[in-house]
Design a protein. Structure first.
Length: 334
């Protein structure tokens, strides 16, 4: 009997010990959070929610909480305060401005190269189609948004003085002609307003030689130095989300609508906007997912510096790191 019991007892102990280590491993899965740039869950963010809902982060041993941004909870502010592990902003410009203010953040990937999203919109009947026509006009910005760091220096560069106000995501003042122009993204308001019956003129920053990039993922320098494994994992998960979004657009759309059911009422906008975002996602052999290089940051820094948007000088190379992209893609990034 004893001979029989000993193997049984050992087996039970082995199971118990194994379960203990499984539970311990489950309980030590790193929990991180990522702050999106704007309040609504909407287009452009689709790969993130695809990665979350398809379990790509979990497969990599990472628990990721996605949170939305806003004026009071903008990504740079929240990451700098330690409230979020990672953040996404609409372009590298906002990180360069923050870096010039002494905030120790650093980009780890850019999703959209040469996106050129920032623009002004004016009502079509106004006839305002050139930036010079904004002289002395009422123009609204979104404080803390990437467009502010692009469009304000553009006005200064072109020598245009305006009457400034803050409006955020509400375009009511523009629609009712109480202001003359408002900040916008070509992939958002420039699409949405015409669909709602308000034709607009679009004044793109890129038409005046200002080339901009899209969603930029960043973290504190301390996080990059002390927890490089989570930086690599979150990028791998997001890149898997991009693959699924591009290869299975209907499934990706369904996941986005599940994350924000109100978008079901704006399917035409969702599909137009998403296709524009997807068209500029870096996803080629020359420019693989997350692609960024020194030139992208240097040109933005030079432009911002010339227009007085950089408070304190710093080496541009300190604003980004390609170490995780190089490990993921197996090549050097210059």
């Amino acid at each position: 009997m004893k001979r029989f019991l000993i193997p049984v007892i050992l087996a039970v102990l082995a199971i118990g010990i194994g379960w203990h280590f499984v539970r311990k491993r489950e309980n030590t899965v790193p929990e991180v959070s990522l702050r999106n740039p704007i309040p609504p869950i909407t287009t452009g963010q689709t790969p993130l929610f695809v990665a979350r809902d398809k379990g790509f982060f979990e497969e990599l041993g990472l628990s990721v909480k996605l949170e939305q941004g806003g004026a009071e909870v903008n990504p740079v502010k929240m990451v700098a305060a330690g409230k979020n592990t990672f953040g996404i902003v609409g372009g590298p410009e906002i990180l360069l401005v923050a870096k010039g203010q002494g905030i120790p953040v650093k980009a780890i990937a850019i999703l959209h190269r040469n996106a050129n999203f920032p623009c002004f919109v004016t009502l079509e009947p106004s006839g305002i189609t050139e930036i010079s026509q904004l002289q002395d006009k009422k123009v609204a910005f979104f404080p803390g948004h990437i467009t502010t760091d692009v469009l304000k220096p553009l006005l200064k560069k072109e020598g245009v003085k305006i009457n400034e106000s803050s409006m955020g995501l509400d375009y009511t003042q523009l629609i009712t002609s109480k202001i003359d122009a408002q900040w916008a993204f070509t992939v958002r308001a420039a699409i949405q307003l015409p669909l709602e019956g308000h034709p607009v003129n679009v004044i793109r920053a890129s038409d005046y030689g200002v080339i901009t990039h899209g969603y930029t993922i960043f973290a504190l320098e301390e996080t990059i130095e002390s927890r490089p494994e989570i930086c690599e994992k979150i990028l791998r998960g997001i890149f898997q989300g991009i693959d699924t979004t591009l290869e299975h657009p209907e499934e990706a759309e369904s996941i986005l609508l599940s994350a924000n059911p109100t978008l079901a009422d704006d399917l035409e906008f969702v599909r137009k906007s998403e296709s524009m975002f997807n068209a500029v996602i870096s996803n080629s052999e020359e420019f693989p997912k997350g692609y960024m290089d020194s030139g992208m940051f240097e040109s933005a820094y030079k432009y911002l510096k010339e227009e007085g948007a950089i408070e304190n000088d710093f080496p541009v190379k300190e604003a980004f790191t390609t170490q995780f992209l190089e490990k993921i893609h197996g090549r050097k990034f210059e």
